[in-house]
Design a protein around this ligand. Sequence first.
Ligand code: BGC
Ligand code: NOJ
Length: 834
Amino acid sequence: MQFGHFDDAAREYVITRPDTPLPWINYLGNEEYFAIVSNTAGGYSFFRDPRLRRLTRYRYNNVPLDSGGRYLYVRDDDTGDFWSPSWQPTKGDLDEYTCRHGLGYTIIESQRAGIDVETLYFVPLGETLELWRTRVVNQRDTPARLSLFSAVEFCLWDALDDATNFQRNFSVGEVEVEDGVVYHKSEYRERRDHFAYFGCSEAPVGFDTQSDAFLGPYRGWDRPLAVEEGRSRDSIAHGWAPCGSHHLQLELEPGEARELVFVLGYAENPHDAKFDPPGSQTIDKSRVLPILARYREPAEVEAAFVRLRDYWTDLLGGLQATTPNEHVNRMVNVWNQYQCMVTFNLSRSASLFESGIGRGMGFRDSNQDLLGFVHLAPARARERVLDLAATQLPTGGAYHQYQPLTKRGNDAIGSGFNDDPLWLILATGAYVKETGDVSILQEPVPYDNEEGSETPLYEHLQRALQYTLDRLGPHGLPLIGHADWNDCLNLNCFSETPGESFQTTYREGGSAESVFIGGLFVLAADELAAIAERLGDDPEAAAYVAAGELMSGTVRAQGWDGEWFRRAYDNAGEPVGSSANDEGQIFIEPQGLCVMAGVGVDDGLAARALTSVRERLATKHGIVLVQPAYTRYHLELGEITSYPPGYKENAGVFCHTNPWIVIAETLVGNGDAALDYYLRTNPSSREEISELHRCEPYVYAQMIAGADAPTHGEAKNSWLTGTAAWNLVAITQWILGIRPEHDGLRIDPCLPADWDGFTAERDFRGATLHITVHKQPGTRGRVSSLVVDGERIAGNVVPVQPAGSVVEVVAEIEADGAARTDGRVELGGAHQGP
Ligand code: BGC
Ligand code: NOJ
């Protein structure tokens, strides 16, 4: 069952009923002002930091779900009937309803009793505000007398404090209302120099700024008294819960349409010029009034919307593919790239599953997010690499997270996640290969943001690699520290206290080792070797190649279990992820990473490991993280065993890891398996099971419940996941095989047998490449000839083309045999699922 459909031409997902299994959200804003908006207008807005600069209030974990939003109420002033055109919060019946989530905008349109209301929500490029453009049309054949009420509830800026510190907060709320514009200025009198404003393009007949007055006693947002009675209270908030509401009256002839624009914005004033007149307590509004005036003009609003649409057309135009599979096309061309922008912007901070309070920008997360983002806005990626490197410590280690507002490392979580620094090498490599900009390697970057400690970025990368070499354990494998990529494999934690954080509890001197970091190290050493070579530093390059080979040997000698790669050694030196274990015998992560690093590709270990993945971990809803699932708490393993079987890291389909197996399959030449696995978690290909999947069908979720879970196939934690970046890399760089390298763009597809090729457009270092790949259906093989603008070239790397040029690239795939399968991969017997 579906709750909507893709409109591919418009690049929208069209939701056709409001009661989706979960709120299906979208993101507005790209740089500083961000907003979450659900298909029923729920969600909240913030400036840069969702915890410290939250504009509007949102109640997570509320019933019903999704309380707090950008609400409108329509009231028929002749009958007293009122409703929300976005369904929530009144949830009154609508005769028609659609929600179109597009790229950076959402349009909710509905009709009731012959009144059509369509609201477009978006954040104009370069602004710190959001616009709601509302069009009301009277489709009746009689005149309509209507009231329209707007409503937002303000958050008192710090979202955590706002949700907990009532003894103070009920007394600090302050507002001003001037010319119908509501200004929220709690704490502006003291240290804050910022405020929010909420205006409308038409003069309201009334307003409210105190939630209690608007709602009436013991009422919720579903039944505000002001709306029921058709009369605002003109309330001024003194403490309690400041809100912003306008009351507009519209008289519409049959067929008549009216357009109104609401502006909700964030503004800052210079600290010593924030009051007008100086010495008063009144906000200086001189910076905001011109903005309000601008968006009173419908033409300005339309132009800003056109600019936003053009911006996305332009951005996505740099990478487009037409393949025989619509789920591939739609995700690659639109939604997966879009999600990569969102994860790049917000890391794991604000979604319906991340409260915007707990976590800053993750070090490993942001480095991986960058892999799927770098082609979209390389200048922003460059800045991100440098920001991340500046939170590295002199040891080469890194803060696990940094705060978006200050860009400083987060002391609360600290350092010691021993995979972290290696991801910086992969991110930097991706940036340099995409752009050719080697100058970044010479940029002076401090450690721990300490002025005076700068070294070139290149040295940061060298120290990152050295960090691993300085921390090898008894088997010669990297020490895991607090945890590696799998935050829940806490091998040096031993927590027996309920509620204690698995992330920070740590037994000093822990000697647990990670095979996964071994594989990651090999990958990073190769990447750094290529960078060193690029810089002409041949001795260093040779040293990194040698270090990688040594580690690869250690992984093969100490990390191979017989049929797959082991996961780790625990603090007592016992293997984890081995047939010697009774639970948790095989983990997905080392199979993916070690094969991606080339470990065992030449001697058959890689192929054997992937067979084990197929036999033991693959389900029809994706590949689970571990098998058999842990059924009880293991003190020596930590949080992974805290989850019931089939959820999260304990044998859920932890989607982030699936593209690693996709890539690994291409490395052993199995395009059928690669595409098959890719499609199992592809949200578009799961659209038809939306009732089971429950999350949005246009973006990846972090997890799909595994075969051990009663809810096998149900997704959770959509949007903010490294799954987005890795899937884009897997499908575009490894299955389609269009892969940036230092010397050019490699064209190395590994396609499923039944495809006859594909075409793609790829901007690369200022040139536009039109790529056509031909293949005989029913065959498998790799590129045998590459023709660039009519000229056959050796190998399969298109050399860097002059900026501005448009180049035709034609690749032929020569059959090296008939297809071995019908395109499906056999599932392991135990995991067919429902
Ligand atoms: C989750 C992990 C996450 C970790 C860090 C755990 O509860 O299961 O996926 O990485 O928290 O916040
Ligand atoms: C989510 C975290 O954000 C990420 O850093 C981690 O690698 C995965 N969970 C796996 O535990």
